[in-house]
Structure formats: C-alpha cells, structure tokens
Design a binder for this molecule. Sequence first.
Ligand SMILES: *[C@@H]1O[C@H](CO)[C@@H](O)[C@H](O)[C@H]1NC(C)=O
Ligand SMILES: *[C@@H]1O[C@H](CO)[C@@H](O)[C@H](O)[C@H]1NC(C)=O
Length: 368
Amino acid sequence: MLYCKVKLLLAAVSISVLFTLLYYMKINNNEFSVEVTEKKFLETTQTQKYEKLYEVNNFHYILSPNGCGNDSNIEALIIVTSYFGNVETRSAMRRAFSQDDLKQINLKRVFLLGTAPLDKYTTQASIENENLRFGDLVQGSFVEAYKNLTYKHTMGIKWASENCRYANYIIKMDDDTVVNIERIPTLLKSLKLSKKSKYFIAGYVLRNMVPIREPANKWYVTKEEYELSYYPTFVSGWFYITTPKTAEQLYKLSQNTKYFWIDDTFITGILAQQLQIKHFDISKYFAVHSEYMECCLDDIRSKNLNCDVIIGPNGGNNNLFYEFNNAISICNLHLCKNRTKPLEDTCVAKKTFHLGKGQPLVKTYQLH
Ligand SMILES: *[C@@H]1O[C@H](CO)[C@@H](O)[C@H](O)[C@H]1NC(C)=O
Ligand SMILES: *[C@@H]1O[C@H](CO)[C@@H](O)[C@H](O)[C@H]1NC(C)=O
C-alpha cells in the first residue's frame, strides 16, 4: 500500500518535473530560436553585402540611350548621377543647356538612374516618357538607395567606357552640383591632361580622410565595410574629370573588389589606388558652400561682377543650375567686371561641410 503511494507520488513528481523541464525547454527553445533568427538575419545581410558586388555583374540597363553618336567629336561625356524622382533638377539642367546646346561645344550628357518602385511622386511610366522626350537616361536594374550609389557610379563609368570610348574626357557629376558649363572647354584645355597621361582623375582632391565610426551618423562605416583608419586619396564625387580608358580600368577592377557603398571613395580612391591612377587637384575652381554660389549669382545680377567659381553645390535649390548658368552667360561674353574683393570677404558661409562624406573638415575654404 505504502509502496503504491510512493510510486504514485514519484509519478506525480516526475510528471511535474517533466512539465517543468518542458516549460524551461520551451522558453529556452524560444530564446534559442530568437537567437537563431537574429543570427540568420545578420548572416543574410552580410552575404548580401558581398553579393552586391556580384549583382553588378547580373545587372542590366532598363533604359539606355542609343550609344554616344559620333563620339570622336565629343570632347567630354558628362555623366550625372540623379535620383529617380529629381525630375525638377534634370529639367533645370536641360533648360540651361539642351543636348543641342551642349553639342555646339562638343559635350554630351546622360543622367544615371536606378529604379524606385515606391516613389510617391514619380512613376516608372513617367521616367520612360521623360526618356522618350529627351533620350538621355541611363537606368540600371537596382533600387535607388544611398547605400546603392556605388552601383550607380559604377554603371556610369561602365556605360561611358562602353559607349563613348573615343570621347576625350568623361566628366562625372551629381545632379545637385552647379557647373558653369560654358567654362568646361577652357577648363579641359587648361588642364592639358591628355598629354600627361591617359590615366588620371582630376577633381577636388581629398587626402587623409577618416572613416566615420559613430553609429548614429548617416555616413557611419563599420570596420567590416572598411577596416583601415584612413581612406586612400580620392576626389569628391560632386564633379571630376577622367578619361574613357581610366573609366574602363576602374570598372573592370570594381568587378573583382569587395563592394564599398561610399561611391566616390570606392571608385576614385580604393580602386584608383590599386591601379596607381594619378589625382590632379582642381579644387581652386570649386566653391564648397552653396552660400558662395548664391552670393556669386547676386553679384552677377546686381553688380555685373564676374564669378570665378566654376563648380559648387546647389544647396537644395533645384533651379540654381539654370539660374546660375543663365546669369553667368553675360560674363562668359566678357561683359562683366572683374572682382576687386575676393568672394569670401563679401559672403558669409558656414564653416563645416561634408565634401566626400569623411570626417567633416572644419576650416574656411579659400576661393582662388
Ligand atoms: C540595392 O539594390 C538591390 C538590387 O536592386 C536591392 O536588392 C537592395 O534592396 C538595394 N538596397 C537598398 C538599401 O535599398
Ligand atoms: C579681368 O581679369 C583678367 C585676368 O584675370 C584680365 O585678362 C582682364 O583684362 C580683366 N578685365 C578687366 C575688365 O579688367
């Protein structure tokens, strides 16, 4: 009888132990499965990072202009990285200089786009319409994202070297950069770079830039993405000049190099360093603050004063490219007075900037 009771008790205890065990196992299992999912997620994002490089191999053009025309007549092909939805900026650039206007000075321009299925204001159909009208869009099969900018930039140098290999130069710029287009031919001539070498990059040269290691920053770079403490010398992606041959070499090397999402650092720095491509500094033609561009514009309009700045940021004013080029066309006809005081004496500008997405440089930039 007692034996029977003990047996029952034991059975009860073991059942409760079993349930308790099962309960803990369930919790642990849950925890374990959470961990697994997280780990899986991390692993997938990591592989995706690596796959991005190979994705460029599988990539195709959704829109691509029909070649470059008679490209031996082209002094420079201008490739402009442009966000899918920046219809206004592209329009301002076309109003300032149509493809025919550019042809007069032996230039040609294409815009580089990705896809944006979720854009609220712009549809793929409207982009295709825009291309029917202007025929100047190169669109690649990747989704627009700032971490995908290297795709776009790579696509640009690929398209340029495939379609415009007899052009003398390739100019890469962003759609929020304002450029005095009529000064480009003189700028190219004054460089006389073709005589120096077929392989070079001329732009706003950035040396000893440090990767940003603060996670909250938009330009935060992990050690995994880039492990060294300094970036190699590179040029700002705002505007730079290179050759089709250089672009071709850079593109080829990009296909065998680990993807890095800061596009100007990657292409004009990491890749260029491996190919030992020389950088030429033309920073004296740049204004780094949009305030200087606005100031220059005011001085042309109100005082007929010339503006020596050829390249600068639009500071979010989508129409500035048009306004600036429109105003300065008078000076390009030598109808403006020379400045007596340097621009920085008469303009007020913020002292920090993020040219090239490295650690912000804190100093005043001289305009020459
Ligand atoms: C980058 O493009 C790829 C290919 O289209 C896409 O799968 C990925 O989601 C994009 N990245 C981001 C951050 O949107
Ligand atoms: C303005 O300066 C340029 C040289 O920078 C000079 O050739 C030109 O003659 C000057 N024009 C006037 C009106 O002073």
